[in-house]
Write a protein that binds this ligand. Structure first.
Ligand SMILES: [Zn+2]
Ligand SMILES: [Zn+2]
Length: 211
């Protein structure tokens, strides 16, 4: 069965899996930047202590991003957040590049009902502990295999570093219940927005929950 979560997917560039997208990737000339502090630079490590850089780490350009507004962490204001997330190369790509068809098909079978539970489990396991308690924080989210992963990159919820960069939550602290709810809400927003044909009820009786 052909998937057509978006009408023009065949005209679009090759799927994400075949493209290697790096988290701190920049294509400034195309208007796609990165606001994540490069902690590999010692000065940045000592001075900043946070992954939120505010301006592009490559071209140094400052953008009109209302960080205070973003830090309200209001799901009702998610459109604003997304408009700013797309300034970043990695977020933009995960919004715009087609996903693997099988990943979409599996999600469709699960339905939103199961996906909601799966998202929650994923956030609790992969993101709730503080950064230093997560094995290789920054690498815990595969780039394909589940639409939740695509959502995580697109919404800057792939690792505690990106969560700190965009959502202003200290990576050294355990996520609170309300943070888990907010992050889960962001992931669900992406799924509903990008794949509006996924229905509430899927076709699966037993949940396939891959953690
Ligand atoms: Zn830039
Ligand atoms: Zn990340």
């Amino acid at each position: 069965m052909a998937s057509n979560y978006t009408d023009d997917w065949k005209k679009r560039p090759e799927p994400i899996k075949k493209k290697v997208i790096m988290c701190g990737e920049t294509r400034c000339e195309e208007g796609r930047h990165s606001f994540k502090t490069n902690m590999r630079k010692k000065a940045a490590r000592l001075e900043k202590k946070t992954y939120r850089n505010g301006s592009c780490i490559c071209c140094n350009e400052e953008f009109d991003i209302d960080w205070k507004r973003i830090d309200n962490r209001d799901l009702g204001d998610v459109k604003y957040l997304v408009s700013k997330l797309k300034l970043e190369a990695v977020r933009y790509d995960f919004w715009e590049i087609p996903v693997e068809e099988k990943d979409f098909d599996t999600a469709k079978k699960k339905g939103l009902l199961l996906l909601r539970k799966e998202i929650r489990k994923r956030v609790e396991k992969a993101l709730a502990p503080p950064s230093h308690k997560i094995y290789q924080d920054g690498r815990q989210t595969p780039k394909s295999g589940n639409i939740i992963y695509y959502a995580q990159y697109a919404m800057a919820t792939c690792c505690r570093k990106c969560v700190e960069e965009w959502h202003g939550i200290d990576r050294k602290k355990q996520l609170k219940k309300k943070d888990i709810e907010y992050i889960s809400g962001l992931i669900l927003y992406y799924i509903k927005k990008r794949f509006p044909t996924i229905k509430e009820e899927g076709l699966l009786e037993e949940p396939i929950i891959k953690r």
